[in-house]
Design a binder for this molecule. Structure first.
Ligand code: NAD
Length: 490
């Protein structure tokens, strides 16, 4: 079992109360890690470290920050096997997803290093010879980052390297169940040469450490990824303090399959969108909208492919899907399946817990398809966070768009068609921060990510992911002898 303390000011520090929580494997029950249960006092110490490191870090050269980020990416690459294993075991996800997640996190770090060279700014030089304006982007200061359990590395790396590139110092509060990779990477950052205090990690409960972080007057911004209800509470508290909040929240993506699509590709993308990370994925394509003329055939083929998936242990390279994060969450997904059945859905495959042999030691659910789902049903409306997809049919493009947008969420949507005109028009009409065409859960670090509607505020990745952690200053110079009648500023 790996035992972790907190990480404050470049050192391993025990929590003030001396308490810890044990993370057991959701797949086989063995003890995996012990995480310190931090308190508000620990959080205060971490914020103090971040604040005292802030000035020097903000004023360091962007080339130095880029070099350190590149070094961190190199060290993560050298430890890829170990990091991917920790991620897979703690979350319960298959090791191939662990590798995918960590490799993407490394790419995000390299991209953020490149962005550090390109911190924006501009000069206004055309206001006559006696005036000069400078628009500069400055780091916002100490950033508090709160991350969820499903993608502990990627959700952190959509924030951390960008904030560091911008010149911010950071206190991270990872999920109390899956903090291993975050703590390992904080240590790697020290080895890479990041100054003490620039990155701090306080593990513990959201209601204790997370709440203290949100309320702390020296934390200038909260960057949160997690559920919509918790994000709403955090947003309210930040608003009261006039503190910036970046919120990456829940989703309920539609995956629209038009009859003119490459149906084999579409099947592949629909399966991936359902089962990646056991469906514990904010942009999982949980609502399949399929054109009526192909629905019967497509649904049958989908059921066939979903039934062939291998659900197994996280470290088994053959596993396509692992275990659900914990027993309560597994039960909540099973309850959703039961509710869908009561409301009139049919089960096309799966539909329950997997039992027998190794399955009895963990929380495994069979990949599940719900047929005949209508927008009124609970499954269509609520984020379920499991390997479950619903099927709803449509006959026209307008109907498909209306169904896709019939949700309070707006994180991502996908569509499959060979008609580029239709793809472009439909993309413009979908109310979500990301739209995939003939692919799903795909992208590049340069593409901003974030939600419309109740899926969030702000953007991560891309150039927007850098300026998210900056504030804009206008400095106006009057040069030479001061004139008696100054022009209006507006
Ligand atoms: P959660 O909201 O329960 O917890 C997220 C984090 O917030 C955890 O670290 C938790 O300890 C902390 N927290 C809980 N209560 C808090 C409080 N009162 N104050 C401060 N912090 C608090 O979410 P989860 O169950 O860990 O993750 C699943 C959710 O995350 C899903 O809704 C999913 O859609 C969402 N998610 C969104 C994205 C995205 O990029 N939009 C990515 C991944 C996950």
């Amino acid at each position: 079992m790996r035992c972790y303390n907190l990480w404050i000011n470049g050192k391993d520090v025990p929590a003030i109360g001396g308490k810890a929580a044990i993370r057991k494997s959701p797949a086989h029950g063995a003890d995996l890690a012990s995480f310190a249960l931090g308190t508000a006092g620990d959080l205060n110490a971490a914020v103090a470290a971040a604040k005292s490191a802030e000035g020097a870090w903000a004023n360091s050269g962007c080339i130095e920050r880029a070099a350190l980020l590149t070094k961190l990416a190199d060290l993560m690459e050298a430890k890829l096997d170990q990091l991917a294993e920790i991620e897979a075991e703690e979350v319960g996800k298959p090791i191939k997803d662990g590798y995918g997640e960590l490799s993407h996190s490394i790419n995000l770090t390299r991209y953020a290093a490149a962005l550090a060279w390109e911190i924006p700014g501009r000069a206004q030089t055309h206001h006559g010879t006696s005036a000069l304006g400078i628009v500069s982007y400055e780091p916002i200061g100490v950033v508090g980052m709160i991350t969820p359990w499903n993608f502990p590395a990627v959700t952190l790396f959509q924030k951390l390297p960008y904030a560091l590139a911008a010149g911010c110092t950071v206190v991270v509060k990872p999920s109390e169940m899956t903090a291993g990779t975050t703590l390992e990477i904080a240590r790697l950052a020290k080895a890479a040469g990041f100054p003490d205090g620039v990155i701090n990690v306080v593990t513990g409960k959201g209601s204790v450490v997370g709440n203290a972080m949100v309320e702390h007057p020296d934390v200038n911004m909260i960057s949160f990824t997690g559920s919509t209800p918790v994000g709403q509470q955090i947003g309210e508290k930040c608003a009261r303090q006039v503190k910036r909040a970046g919120l990456e929240l829940g989703g309920k993506a539609a995956n629209i399959v038009f009859a003119d699509a490459d149906l084999d590709d579409a099947l592949d993308g629909v399966v991936l969108g359902t089962i990646l990370n056991q469906g514990e994925e904010c942009v999982a394509g949980t609502r399949l909208l399929v054109e009526k003329s192909i629905a019967e055939d497509f649904s049958a083929k989908l059921a066939e492919r979903m039934s062939m998936l291998r659900v197994g242990l996280p470290l088994d390279k053959e596993s396509d899907m692992g275990a659900m994060i914990h027993e309560d969450h597994m039960n909540s997904v099973l309850d959703h399946i039961e509710t869908a059945k009561k409301e009139g859905a049919t089960i096309l495959c799966g539909g329950g817990r997997l039992t027998g042999g190794d399955y009895d030691k963990g929380y495994f659910i069979a990949p599940t398809i719900l047929g005949n789902v209508t927008p009124k049903m609970t499954y269509f409306r609520e984020e379920v966070f499991g390997p479950v997809i619903s099927i709803t049919t449509f006959e026209t493009v307008d109907e498909a768009v209306a169904l896709a947008n019939d949700t309070e969420y707006g994180l991502g949507n996908g569509m499959w068609t060979k008609d580029i005109d239709k793809a472009h028009q439909v993309s413009k009409r979908l109310k979500s921060g990301t739209v995939w065409v003939n692919t799903f859960l795909d992208g590049a670090p340069q593409m901003p990510f974030g939600g419309y509607k109740r899926s969030g505020l702000g953007r991560e990745n891309g150039k927007e992911g850098l300026t998210e952690f900056m504030q804009v200053k206008s400095t106006f110079f009057r040069l030479g002898k001061r004139s008696k009648s100054l022009p209006h500023t507006a």
